[in-house]
Write a protein that binds this ligand. Sequence first.
Ligand code: DGL
Length: 276
Amino acid sequence: MISKNIGIFDSGVGGLTVLREITKLLPNEDIVYFGDTARVPYGSKSRERILEYSFQDAAFLLSHNVKIIVIACNSASSTALQKLQDNLSVPLLGVIEPGALEAVRFSKNKKVGVIGTKATVESHSYTNAVHSLVGNDTSYEVFEKACPLFVPLTEDGWIDHTITHLVAEEYLSPLKEKGIDTLILGCTHYPLIKKTIQRVIGDEVSLVDSSVVVARELVRLLKFHDILNDQRRKGRIECFVSDDPDNFFTMAKLFLGDTKIDINEVSLDLIISQTV
Ligand code: DGL
């Protein structure tokens, strides 16, 4: 029996959307989550900075007996997955590939939209992933749009708010004009405003919620590596944050409802001192 933890990291609280889906499929697994609340957001930072932070976040998780690491953050997955994979001894799972694969499965007209942070969109990671999945089929088109305001709106709890609706109309209209039939929610926070996004983009467009597909892919990977935890008791969820655990606790309710989690503060100095 494997009793090691699943490690998840994110720039802050957003990765709890991924954690939530993982706990639905893998209720018996123990999870260690690190949210870098002292340095959030990652999505507006440079590639170099995101890489540096991601290495420290992963190293911190490695010091917590993890058997696999899930990079819940789209900005970090876009930037650091490959480099981390080259340097880490445990398997890693990012959110980009699973999301791209689902989009290719859904899309009939081969016009796929992607929304995410500035870092995710500028990395073109989803576009590259879609194109490498469809190989020679050059008829696939991917249209990307950065939607940075969705993160603060969600964190303020403006989930079903007129302002969020108006912002969504502004952001999504260029994608609508392109005639996309599939839209990847390429940011941890967007599943929370899925209803607003669906209303604005139209029912004919399929939404790909990366958090759901990543959880499914994680199950597959754990089976593949034969590291599923077969204990019968409910798994423990231990969260570490680099700043303001009280705020994390408040926001966690928005993301997780009543799911019970332990929250600990860890000093940023300790995170910065971590090396892979
Ligand atoms: N977690 C980030 C992502 O999915 C969103 C918040 C941030 O910019 O750090 O890209």
